[in-house]
Ligand binder design. Structure first.
Ligand code: PMP
Length: 452
C-alpha cells in the first residue's frame, strides 16, 4: 500500500464496498457475480484502489478524465459556481452555459455554431436524431455495427453491439451497416484503400435499399471507441460525408468519446477535414467532473427550429456546475496545450512503443490508434486472428491479463479482446512510458495462451 493512504481511508473504502454490494445496482453487470474495484483516491494520472495501491490510469475511467483527476482549475471553478448559482431553470440565461456554448461553437468545425446541452452522451445522441428527423421529415437512421452510442432506448438500438440483443425491440427506423474495419475486414479487403472503397460502396447500397428519401441521418463514431478504436481508412469519412450530402441525409458525428482532444485534434473529424451536420459530445467537454453532454448544431438545422419550436428539453440543459466545469476544462486544455500534447504522445511515445510491443508479443494481433487513443487487440493466433475473448464478452485469459496489469500498477481499459491505452492528455511522459512498460510485462500472461 501507498504510505499516503491512511488506515481510515482504507476502512471507509471497505465499508463502501460492503454497502455497494448490498444496495448498488451496477451497469452492464450480472449483479451477484461481480467484485468491483474500490477507488479511495484519485489524483492526476493516478487512482488508488481499496488496498491503497496506486495505479496509473490508462482508462481515464470511461475515457472521460482527459485532463486527469482533480485538476485544480476545474475543481475551483465548480466550487465557485456552487457557491454562486448551483442550479437554474434552463429557460433562464446563465453565464456558465453561455460561455461553455461559445467555446464549444468556436472549437467545433464548420458551422456548428449552436449548442444544445444534455446530461450525457446517450441523450445527446437521442436529441441529435430527433433534430435530424424533424429537419429532414424522414424517419430512419443508419448506424454501423460494432458501434456504441449509449444506453437509452434509441441510442442502444443504434448501438449495434450484442449487448443490446436482450432488449432490442427493433426500434422503428433503425437500420445497420458494416463499418470499415481494416484489421477484420467484412469486405475481404487487403489494403486500406480497398477497405474504404468497398465499405463506402456497401453503405451506398444500404442507403439505396433502405430508400434515401426515408433516411434522416447516418450516425457514426468518427473513430469507433468502445467497439475497438479502429481508425477509419483514409477517404472513408470524406466518402460518408459525400454520400450523405448526395442523398439529402444528415451526417451525425458521434464524438462523445473522441471529442475534445482525445485523438490529438480537437475533434476526430478534423483529421479528415470532415464537417458533420450534427456533432454529439460529452465526456471530454468537462473531463466528466460533472455530467454534461450536448449536440453542436449546424446553421441549416438550427434554421428548422428558428421559427418553429424544438420538441424537446431537459431540466438540466446547461447545468451551471457542469458548464462551469466545461469552461474551466476547455480553458485549461488550451492554456496547457493538451491537444497538441495528445498528438505528440501518440506519435512519439505510445505509437512507437506499441509497435515494439506488437513485435515482442505473439498474443498481440494488432495495435492502432491516434493521439492518446489506442487499442491493443489480443488474439490466440495471428494467422486466424482468433480473438482472446469472443465478441460481446470477456474471457478468463483477458481477466488474467487485467489482473496482472493491476498487480503491476496499471489500470487498463479492457473491452472484450482489447486493452485500450487512453491516458490523460496531460499525463507526464514518464508516467505514460511506465504504463506501457507494465503492459509490455503483463502481456506475458496472454502469450501463454497463443496456439499458433
Ligand atoms: N457515444 C459514444 C461514442 C460513447 O462512447 C458513449 C459512452 N461510452 C456514448 C455515446 C454514451 O454516453 P453516456 O454513457 O454518457 O450516455
Amino acid at each position: 500500500p501507498d504510505p499516503s493512504i491512511s488506515e481510515d481511508l482504507l476502512a471507509a473504502g471497505r465499508k463502501a464496498y460492503d454497502v455497494d454490494r448490498e444496495h448498488v445496482f451496477h451497469s452492464w453487470s450480472a449483479q451477484r457475480t461481480i467484485t468491483p474495484m474500490t477507488v479511495v483516491k484519485t489524483e492526476g494520472p493516478y487512482v488508488w484502489d481499496g488496498q491503497g495501491h496506486r495505479l496509473i490510469d490508462f482508462s481515464c475511467q470511461l475515457i472521460n478524465t482527459n485532463i486527469g483527476h482533480s485538476h485544480p482549475r476545474v475543481v475551483a471553478a465548480i466550487q465557485e459556481q456552487a457557491a454562486d448559482i448551483a442550479t437554474i431553470n434552463p429557460a433562464h440565461v446563465n453565464a456558465a452555459r453561455s460561455e461553455a456554448a461559445r467555446l464549444v461553437a468556436d472549437l467545433t468545425p464548420g458551422d456548428l455554431d449552436h449548442v444544445f446541452f444534455t446530461n450525457a452522451g446517450a441523450d445527446a445522441v437521442e436529441h441529435a436524431v430527433r433534430m435530424a428527423r424533424v429537419h429532414t421529415g424522414r424517419p430512419k437512421v443508419l448506424s454501423a455495427y460494432r458501434a456504441y452510442h449509449g444506453g437509452t432506448d434509441l441510442a442502444f438500438a443504434l448501438t449495434a453491439d450484442p449487448r443490446r440483443n436482450p432488449v432490442d425491440k427493433a426500434t422503428a427506423g433503425v437500420a445497420h451497416f458494416m463499418p470499415a474495419y481494416p484489421y477484420r475486414s467484412y469486405f475481404h479487403s487487403t489494403t486500406e484503400e480497398e477497405e474504404s472503397e468497398r465499405a463506402l460502396a456497401h453503405l451506398e447500397q444500404t442507403i439505396l435499399l433502405e430508400g434515401p428519401q426515408s433516411i434522416a441521418a447516418v450516425i457514426l463514431e468518427s473513430v469507433p471507441g468502445t467497439a475497438g478504436i479502429y481508425v477509419p481508412p483514409a477517404g472513408y469519412l470524406q466518402g460518408v460525408r459525400e454520400l450523405t450530402r448526395k442523398h439529402g441525409i444528415l451526417f451525425i458525428a458521434d464524438e462523445v468519446m473522441v471529442g475534445f482532444g482525445r485523438t490529438g485534434e480537437w475533434f476526430a473529424v478534423n483529421h479528415w477535414g470532415v464537417e458533420p451536420d450534427l456533432l454529439t459530445f460529452a465526456k471530454g467537454v468537462n473531463s466528466g467532473y460533472v455530467p454534461l453532454g450536448g449536440v453542436a448544431i449546424s446553421c441549416a438545422v438550427y434554421e428548422t427550429f428558428a421559427e418553429t419550436p424544438y420538441p424537446g428539453g431537459l431540466t438540466y440543459s446547461g447545468h451551471p456546475l457542469a458548464c462551469a466545469a466545461a469552461v474551466a476544462t476547455l480553458n485549461a486544455m488550451q492554456d496547457e496545450g493538451m491537444v497538441t500534447n495528445a498528438a505528440r504522445l501518440g506519435e512519439e511515445i505510445i505509437g512507437p512503443r506499441l509497435r515494439e510491443i506488437f513485435e515482442a508479443h505473439p498474443s498481440v494481433g494488432d495495435v492502432r490508434g491516434l493521439g492518446a487513443f489506442w487499442a491493443v487487440e489480443l488474439v490466440k493466433n495471428r494467422e486466424t486472428k482468433e480473438p482472446m475473448a469472443a465478441y460481446g464478452g470477456s474471457s478468463p485469459e483477458m481477466n488474467e491479463l487485467v489482473a496482472e496489469c493491476k498487480k503491476l500498477g496499471l489500470l487498463p481499459f479492457q473491452n472484450m479482446n482489447r486493452i485500450h491505452v487512453a491516458p490523460p492528455l496531460n499525463a507526464p511522459d514518464e508516467v505514460v512510458r511506465q504504463g506501457l512498460d507494465i503492459l509490455d510485462q503483463a502481456l506475458a500472461v496472454t502469450d501463454r495462451y497463443v496456439t499458433g
